[in-house]
Every structure is written in C-alpha cells, then in structure tokens.
Write a protein that binds this ligand. Structure first.
Ligand code: NTF
Length: 890
C-alpha cells in the first residue's frame, strides 16, 4: 500500500525487462550454462527435456536471491509468522507460474525462440508436482501463492512424497488402472536440497517416568501404645481394632511423627528405546506475483539415520544390512491416494507424526533463535492445521514444552492453546480421523499420555456445565474400540475452527460439531475458499486475460475486483472477442482429447462443452450426470435425422480419479467409459452427442480443460460438498455453472447473480424428507431415469453384471438422492440447451456470452487473496512484511 515502494518495484521490474529484452543473449547464456555445467550435456545438442530443466534452473536463479533476501528480511524484522501445515500440496507445474510472477515470461519466450524453441512446448516437459489428492491439496497450493503475493511472513510445511498421486490409465474394458507417479524421474529443478537442515524423528519405544520425591517427617494426631511399668518404656503405633492387653499397655492419643513422600520436582518423562530416523528438508521457493517476496515451502523426506548396519554387512547379509534404511525411506515414499481418511494404517500415522515432528523442531529452532522467552511463542507463531492430518503437532508441542522446556502442564497448555488453528474440510463422518489408542500408544507413547491428560483437563472444565455431552465431546472414543478423535483434539486446542464455505460452517455448527459449538461458540467461523486468479485465469487462459487487460489494465492479477470495471465494456464487439478466446481454449482441449483418447470433435464453436471434473465420489454424483447422458442418448435415438440436426451439439466431458479401494467410484468410471464407447460409435446420432472420459486428471490438464467449459457440473447432493473450488475456477473463466444448493455454489450465485446460473435440486434441509418420499409407497421414478437404468440392466453398455452394483445403489438405497434430483436436473439441462441455441441477428451467442463474462468478472470474492486476507485478519493476526526495494533503486 506504500505508493513510493510500489513505484520503486514497478521500476525494478521494468528495468529488468528492458535489460533482458534487449539482451536475450544473457538469458540464452544462462540456459546453456545450465545445460552444460549443471546438467552435464552438450549445449550444441540437447533434447526438450533438458531444455526444460535448464530453463527452469535459469528461472530459479532469479528466485534464489529474492528467496534468501526474504528470509533474511523476515529474520531481521521478526514479525509474527504463519506456518501452514498441510500433508498435501498439489502444486502442478511451476515454470510458467514462476515466470509470470517474476514478469520474465516474454523475455524467456523471445530468448528461446532465437534458438528455435517454443516455451509452450518446453513447459510441457515439466512433470506435475502432484503431492496431493484433490481439493484440499490444491487449496494449500493456491494459498501459498496468495501468501507470497500478499507479502505475508508465512511458510508452508509438507511432505516430499517420492511417488505423488498415481497416474490414471483406462483399460480397454474401461476400468481405471493405477500406475506409480515417479515425478522425480528427471529431477525437480525447483527444489533445493538442504543438507544442513535435518532433524531426528523418533518412533515407538516406551516412556520411563522419573519421580522426584523426598521424604519428610511430619507430626500428625495419632494413637500410640505405651508399655505400662515403672519406666513406661517402648512406644508402638496403634491401628484401630488391634487387640492389646490393658494390663501391660496403655492407649494414648497424641501427636505422632509420620514419614511422607512429597514431590520435589515435577515428574520427568523420558521417551526411550525409540527407533530414530532423519527428516531432511527440501525447499521449494514460492514467488509472489510482481513482488520481491519469495516465501518457502519446506518438504520433508525421511532418511535412515545409519546408512546400513555394518555388522550385518560384514557378515555378508546385505539384505539385512539394508533393511533399516529401506524402512526409514518408506515413510515418505508414497502419498495415500485417498481423499477421505485412510483408516488405521500405521504407515499413515507415521507419516503424520514424521511431518509434524520435523516441522515443529524447525519452528522451535527458529523461535529459540529470536531469544524470546518461551511464553512469547504465541506472539511469534501461529500454525494452521489444514484438516486434522497435522493435529499430532498439538501433543508434540506439549511434549516439547514439558519434556524439553520443563514447563508445568498448565504452563505448557496455556501456550499450546494459543498456537493452533484448525480448518475442517468435510462433514463426511467416514473422513473424520480417528486413531486407535492401541496404535497411537505404540507409535508415539508419550503423545498418548499427553492426549489423555489434555482430555482429563477438558472434561473437568466442562463436567458441570455439559454433563450429558461428555461422551460426545471427549477426545477419546470408547466404543467400538478405544480411539483418539483428532477433530475433537483440534477443536479443544485451537484458537479458531473454520469451515470453508458459509453453508459448510453452518453445518459444522449445527450437525457434526454442534456440541462443541455450545461449549465454544466464539471459536467457530467461516472462511470461504478461494483460488488464485494468477494460475487459474492469467496463466491458463492467456487470451481471455489479455482481452480483459486490454479494457481495464493488468491490476486484476492482484486485485480481482478491478475486473468488475469491465461491465460497461460488454458490447457486441466485446462478446465476439470473448467467443474468439473461447474458440482457442476449446480447440486446445479438443486437441488434448484427440491425443489422449483418439476422439475427434468437429466444429467446437457450435458444440456445447459440458464438463464435470473432480474426484470420483458418490456424493459428487458423477452418477447423476452419466444417467442424464444416457437419458439424452436414448432420446436422440428416437429422433429423425432432421430433428437431430436441430438439436444442440454437445460433449459431456468427465475426468477424475477414484481412490483405488473405492469400489463404487471405480464402477462409475467404467460405466462412463462404456457409455462413451457406445454413444461415440453410434453413427445414427452423428455429432449430436459425444461423451469423453479424459484419463489422468491433474493440475496441468485442468489448466487446459477449465478455460474450455461452456457449462460446468457442480451437482453434489446438498450438504455434502464442503466448498468445492473447481466451481470457482470455471466461473472465473466464463463457464456457466449448473449446480445444486451446496458448498460454495450458493455464495457464487449471490455474487454473480442468479441469471448467470442454473441451480436445481433439493436443498440441504429437504434431503431427509426427499429420502423418505423416495422410498414411500406410490413413489414413481422419473420415466427417463427408469429407462436409463433399464438400458444398463438390458446390457446396452456391456455385460449387465458389471453395472448391477451401480444400478442397485440407485434403485435400492440411493443415499445421495439421485432419483429425487433427476427430473429437476433434466429440466435444468433442457433450459441450458435452449439457451445455447439462442443467437442474435449476427449469429452471435450474445446473451450467453454476456452471462459468461458477468460470471467471470464478478468472482472477486473467490480469489484466494480474499481468503488469505480473511485468515490473516480473523485468525492469524499477522501483517504483511514486504521486502523493500534496494535503497538505491530508482
Ligand atoms: C475438500 N475436502 C472438500 O471436499 C471440498 O469441498 C473443498 O473445496 C476442499 O476440501 C478444500 O477445502 C477434502 O479434500 C477432504 F480431504 F477433507 F476430504
């Protein structure tokens, strides 16, 4: 906000551009140096992959200095810092986004073209950094982009999985096939391996207690027997009921001495006989957009503490010698490909503890370097838990404060309660993490003790006020097996708990965390998700971005609101230009489809691109979409060629991965593929309908798909999608939403206007009633749905038995109310078709174009910049820490 600084920065970037533009030789020199000196190839002949690596290394050179400067500046200023703890970061590619941030894309494009290379082709060589499953991991990546751009003193912490999200192929039969994703195949030019940053992480073992007591003699009222006689000798302690001879002994009441054990110092706990491994840091610099701030994403990789067991080696058993090493490396080997909880898996628990232990050691080291007293920890750092996966950080911080810093439990608890905040990302009960006491106690025994003690304190604090809710509020679940509820631990400890869309937060307060909301009404708040317009508009849809910039300048890249100024410019000419950008995007997607599936799409201008891309999940209801596709297909088959010719041409497009163990999701993929193959090969319907399943949905294919969608499907059962973020990306690119009253859809409608949307279906509060009606006597299923199901059962799309589980689910349980919503969904699509066919006198889809543009330019609320500002102000209480331009800068 400092205009002076702003001007200086603009000057700096402009100067660099002038320099690089006129001196492309220096860029080429840098690229060739990397080819030769870093990668060891000949600069006279190298392939595209080497060209990519060298270009990336050259771009990285621009970042490293800024990154070091930023760290140094943060260190000097010592502001309160935010640590974003996330077990997933779904980054995607970095070459173009880094170039855009540094404002050097044009210069590199020019330089590369001088040696006959196209930046776009080279960029295709980059393997996605796919260290996440879906929404949660991609959100973390968008947030990092915004934190850097907003110059916040923030760091990301995560894991460096050697195998990221699996690669998806589709077999001839239409099934999902999973292949390992070795994204490090060609090395990763962005990361910096930090041999100097390494910590020991401990597992297993046991806890030894050392009580520090001393004995004291105290006087207390007691009874004593005294021997009668001349000298009244011998005193003995008396216990009630003891018999004695009154002639010989006399009973006296008097002060008697007693030995008592008292605590001299707090009991010490030693976690011993542990199995130890190393956590090694790999840093990925994250450049803010057009700023000197470059922040850090630190990813941990597990490594053995001893390379191999020398005794076994000497004995000649090489396998044994290597075993421990392999076990250590296993921890960060692979990302669990499940977007809900991986129940009971020991390795997953170890991943989580490994992650938080390394991160906290690093955070505490940095804190200790400030020289501040330990009580000031909450003034200096706040940790945001991205879901419950990092929540073991809570007992870990307690352990450090108790066992290393020797604070009392109360002191430690006081500090810990101010250091964490927790984001919930789902209300699906099966996704709420629980670890059995048995497993947790084995892997991290000291932490189990601490969790019990936290729970005891918590239970005591609410016992009187909430006597009936104790069992539900307890961090410990008693049945069916004793288990730790990670969400409860997170809520009890955190300063704030947030949901990710207004409806979702409301549901947290009224359903799954209702009882906690009674106890901690002030803890709960909403922070609606957002996505970065840098990647999801500027980078992925250059033509549309340029069209916008031609009207209102480029400021929207960091201030989305500026795009609202486009509204007065939306005339026929502008709408035509909008459709020109869209043609480019659609042709690009058509080319990708052709390459990956062999399917040809003709005349993409006329064809409605109807897109649903996301994880395959029953609640997301790809089922509803494919049943609708079948219904539309069956209808087409009843039409004459003349009637078909008048219909709206349409591609129904799917992409997304299913968790490998999720049976129904995999069946859905198969059904989509089988329907696609029948429909696409049916010549009688011509080009009226194409169905495409594009394998291996990931961030980079999303960047091609999203700009090309005319319609996007956000059709989850109301109340189930916490927020959704693809909905935001599509709308930003001018896709029109067809959606249910769920997640962020509702807020999107509020922002862009109902006329820009197709909303349908039961609302959250109607779902239960809908389910009842659905199975009540006399319920009649929509005839088109009935026919679609009959077509599947009749074997139209392949052997009936393949799809019976799918059909049965709809017919007999229909947990996600597909049948109820089906007719409403069909009606919405009829309206879509009608609107798509409408053109003005000049043959332009004017109304549609206007709605698409309005959707896009009104999406400022859904920029991750807004989300991050909300988090900073309402939860983290941190302020920007902007690296200033050099003093002597012009
Ligand atoms: C997802 N949750 C939700 O399902 C999405 O609705 C939401 O947009 C994203 O989080 C980001 O907030 C998960 O991925 C998980 F793991 F929690 F199930």
């Amino acid at each position: 906000s400092d205009p002076e600084q702003k001007k200086k920065l603009d000057n700096l970037f402009a100067m660099r551009h002038r320099f690089l533009e006129t001196d492309t030789k220096s860029l080429l020199q840098s690229i060739c140096d990397h080819v030769e000196l870093r990668l060891g190839r000949s600069k006279w002949s190298f392939n595209k992959q080497i060209a990519y690596s060298a270009t990336a290394l050259s771009v990285r050179d621009h970042m490293i200095e800024l990154w070091n400067d930023t760290n140094k500046y943060f260190h000097e200023r010592n502001p309160k810092r935010l640590y974003y703890l996330s077990i997933e970061f779904l980054i995607g590619r970095l070459l173009r986004s880094n170039m855009l941030s540094l404002a050097i894309e044009a210069d590199y494009t020019k330089a590369l073209s001088q040696i006959g290379l196209h930046l776009e082709e080279i960029a295709e060589e980059e393997l996605d950094m796919a260290l996440g499953n879906g929404g949660l991991g991609r959100l973390a990546a968008c947030f990092l982009d915004s934190m850097a751009t907003l110059r916040l003193p923030a760091w990301g912490y995560g894991l460096r999985y050697q195998y990221g999200m699996f690669k998806q192929r589709v077999s001839k039969e239409g099934d999902q096939v999973e292949l390992p994703d070795y994204w490090l195949e060609n090395g990763c030019p962005w990361e910096i391996k930090r041999l100097d940053v390494r910590y020991t992480v401990r597992f297993y073992g046991h806890v030894r207690e050392e009580k520090h007591t001393r004995t004291e003699i105290r006087m207390k009222k007691g009874k004593i027997l005294r021997r009668r006689g001349v000298n009244r000798g011998e005193l003995l302690p008396y216990t009630d009921g003891q018999s004695f001879n009154e002639n010989d002994w006399q009973l006296l009441e008097m002060e008697v001495p007693e030995e008592v054990e008292i605590e001299a110092a707090p009991t010490e706990y030693f976690w011993e006989n542990t199995e130890d491994i190393y956590a090694c840091a790999f840093d990925v610099p994250i450049a803010g957009y057009h700023t000197l701030n470059v922040i850090n994403l630190r990813l941990w990789q597990s490594m053995p503490k001893t390379e191999f067991d020398f005794n076994s080696f000497n004995r000649g058993s090489y396998d044994d010698a290597m075993r421990a090493k392999q076990a250590a490396e296993t921890i960060t080997q692979v990302l669990y490909p499940n977007d809900s909880f991986e129940a009971g898996k020991e390795l997953r628990l170890k991943q989580q503890y490994f992650f938080v232990s390394a991160s906290l050691q690093d955070i505490m080291r940095r804190f200790r370097n400030t020289g501040m007293p330990i009580q000031d920890l909450p003034k200096q750092c706040i940790m945001q838990c991205n879901d419950t996966h990092p929540v073991l950080a809570i007992p870990e911080l307690m352990r450090i404060l108790l066992d290393d810093e020797h604070l009392t439990f109360d002191e430690a608890w006081e500090i810990t309660q101010k250091c964490f905040a927790y984001t919930n990302h789902t209300v699906l009960p099966e996704a709420l993490e629980k670890w059995s006491v048995d497993l947790l106690g084995r892997v991290v025994p000291r932490h189990l003790q601490i969790i019990y003690q936290i729970n005891w304190l918590f239970m005591e604090s609410i016992r009187d006020q909430f006597p009936d809710d104790l069992a539900d509020l307890s961090i410990i679940e008693e049945t069916p097996v004793k288990a730790i509820r990670m969400a409860n631990l997170a809520i009890v400890t955190s300063i704030k708990v947030n949901g990710v869309a207004a409806l979702h937060t409301q549901l947290l307060k009224t359903t799954i965390f209702r009882k906690f909301f009674k106890v901690f009404p002030k803890k709960f708040l909403n922070v609606t998700n957002g996505v970065t317009q840098r990647r999801w508009l500027l980078e992925c849809n250059t033509p549309l971005g340029q069209l916008y910039s031609s009207k209102v300048g480029t400021k929207w890249a960091t201030a989305y609101k500026v795009l609202r100024q486009i509204e007065p410019h939306i005339d026929d000419a502008f709408i035509t230009q909008f459709w020109d950008t869209r043609r480019i995007a659609k042709e690009r997607l058509a080319a990708l489809i052709k390459k990956e599936t062999g399917i040809t799409l003709n005349n993409v201008d006329e064809m409605l691109f109807d897109v649903q891309v996301k994880r395959i999940h029953e609640y997301k209801r790809q089922s509803l979409n494919i049943l609708r596709a079948i219904a539309e297909y069956l209808n087409l088959r009843t039409l004459t060629p003349a009637q078909i010719a008048k219909k709206c041409k349409k591609m129904i497009f799917f992409a997304g991965k299913a968790a490998p163990g999720y049976y129904m999701a995999k069946k859905t993929i198969k059904l989509i593929n089988c329907v696609a193959s029948v429909v696409n090969n049916d010549e009688t319907i011509g080009d009226a309908l194409k169905i495409v399943f594009l394998p291996n949905y990931n961030v980079s294919s999303a960047q091609v798909i999203i700009p090309a969608a005319d319609i996007h499907e956000q059709i989850s059962t109301a109340g189930y999608e916490a927020s959704g973020t693809s909905c935001m990306k599509f709308c930003m690119n001018g896709g029109i939403i067809i959606g249910t009253w769920d997640g962020a859809n509702i807020e999107i409608l509020e922002e862009i206007g109902a006329e820009q949307t197709y909303m349908f279906g039961l609302k959250t509060e109607q779902i239960d009633e809908g389910r009842k009606q659905r199975f009540a006597n006399g319920y009649k299923m929509d005839s088109r749905l009935e026919e679609a199901l009959l077509a599947i059962e009749g074997g139209l799309f392949g052997p009936k038995h393949e799809f019976m589980p799918f059909v049965d689910a709809i017919r007999h349980s229909d947990n996600y109310v597909v049948a109820n919503d089906f007719p409403l969904y069909m009606a919405a699509h009829e309206q879509v078709e009608k609107d798509w066919l409408e053109k003005n006198a000049h043959g332009v889809r004017e109304k549609w174009g206007r709605r698409a543009i309005l959707s896009s330019i009104r999406m400022d609320k859904f920029s991750s910049d807004r989300s991050i500002i909300d988090y900073s102000e309402k939860i983290w209480k941190i302020k920007p820490c902007m690296v200033p331009a050099p003093i002597d800068a012009p």
